[in-house]
Design a protein around this ligand. Structure first.
Ligand code: SF4
Length: 292
């Protein structure tokens, strides 16, 4: 198999083969991310994709589900994705589901009709790393789009019937904009129709712009208690009909399949954590993380 640089398997996905169709990230400029900094973005050669499909087909000929790599393969044009979908069906005739990570702006150049075609070929779910819905925050971390873009592109996915995840990056606005980040992200996400809302907590990784700003005294990160309070404020203001997942270091299980009916319970769990958890220990666990 051809894998270039970081390989990220969504830990919440059912087991499936990983097929690289692009290398690196087409944006590669978010100030909190170092995952693909060593890889130049490029589409994978079609011969590599063929070779990898032949290898998957030789081991798992009945494959029904695939995760496509790398950071944002949905950046490829409709025509290119369409061609790759056909190739996948040629090698894996039982394929039903193809999922991948995507940037919100990957959707912008595709019409609803084109999205419907891709959905019918098996692209039924995208994992959108939105990170925030607050314009100040999105601009500060150089995300490359704004809150209204998230709503606009998600509406197209809704029309096409493609499901999507939205992620919230807890702490990315620092102390100065924590309230705006929490409340405005919840407002924007609540205008969308995600199947899943996922959250993770900020870590200042080596080589990132935010770490450089922190070292110059220009970014003040939240402590563990502040992260929990921000997540609580986000959840208080969030309204959607789907599943909630989180991969924090908070040592509490907030994952659930039905956000609406578990919201109050999650808020109570977070308040318990704010009042009782060992923040120094949580901070140590967070600081030992090396990448997202
Ligand atoms: S967060 Fe996502 S879009 Fe931003 S640089 Fe990292 S991989 Fe690329």
């Amino acid at each position: 198999m051809h894998y270039t640089g970081t390989v990220y398997r969504n830990p919440y996905e059912p087991p499936s083969s990983l097929l690289e169709i692009t290398q690196g990230c087409s944006h590669n400029r978010c100030k909190f991310c170092n995952m693909y900094s060593a890889v130049r973005f490029q589409p994978s050669p079609i011969e590599w994709i063929r070779e990898d499909l032949a290898e998957i087909a030789s081991i798992y000929p009945d494959t029904q589900r695939l995760q496509l790599l790398s950071a944002d393969p949905f950046v490829l044009s409709f025509e290119k994705l369409d061609e790759i979908c056909d190739l996948i069906h040629e090698y894996l005739p039982k394929i039903k589901i193809m999922t991948m990570a995507a940037r919100v702006d990957n959707i912008a150049d595709k019409s609803v009709e084109e999205l419907k075609i891709l959905k019918n070929k098996g692209i039924v779910e995208l994992n959108l790393g939105a990170e925030s819905g607050d314009d100040w925050t999105l601009n500060r971390v150089n995300k490359g789009y704004f809150g209204n873009d998230i709503v606009e592109q998600c509406q197209k996915l809704d029309e096409a019937g493609i499901e999507y995840w939205l992620t919230f990056l807890n702490g990315v606005a620092g102390k100065s904009h924590t309230r705006e980040h929490a409340i405005n992200s919840a407002k924007i996400f609540s205008q969308c129709n995600p199947a899943v809302v996922g959250t993770g907590g900020l870590v200042l990784f080596e080589g990132t712009g935010l770490l450089a700003q922190y070292r110059k005294g220009k970014f003040e990160p939240l402590d563990e208690k502040g992260l929990m309070e921000e997540l609580k404020l986000f959840i208080e203001n969030l309204d959607f009909d789907g599943r909630f997942i989180t991969h924090h270091t908070f040592a509490m299980d907030l994952n659930n399949s039905d956000f609406k009916s578990n919201k109050q319970q999650m808020l109570e769990a977070l308040q318990y954590g704010i009042d009782n958890l060992d923040m120094a220990k949580l901070s140590q666990i967070r600081n030992n993380k090396r990448h997202l």
